[in-house]
Design a protein around this ligand. Sequence first.
Ligand code: RP5
Length: 163
Amino acid sequence: MKVAIIMGSDSDLPVLEPAIATLAEFGVGAEVTVASAHRTPEKVREFVATAAAGGAGVFIAAAGAAAHLPGVVASFTTLPVIGVPVNSTSLGGMDALLSIAQMPPGIPVATMAINGAKNAALFAVQVLATADPALREKLAEHRRAMAAEVEKKAAKIAATLGR
Ligand code: RP5
């Protein structure tokens, strides 16, 4: 397992699914759990310690509302923590975004966009790729594929408009 994913509730899972799928696409092992900074703080501490001891190189932590989970995860490890604010309240995820992004100096969390789970996975792969040339090549290929998709769309629109 290279990436440890922790979410505050099972209700966050649909938001995290693109991250899980993206890591699988890159062949990066992931362990996924539900643990809450407020409701099961001891479980959070244990999961972080076990994942770090088990070879995780980076954490993805996702939560909604007053989202303390990514900061709490970061408090237990010096491994990089990527935070995903989840849109799960009437504030549309702004509450979680600010809770995660506005970490006081000393314990950073790399904050993604609201519901930005796919980028969290890509960022995790980029972190791991700093020490893994094969992963770097997979990232380069992924970008080439995205560029080819854009060109395909441009060609389709040009054909539709007859230009
Ligand atoms: C947060 O509260 C969770 O991360 C979730 O986004 C939100 C709602 O949790 P549930 O009430 O669905 O368990 O802690």
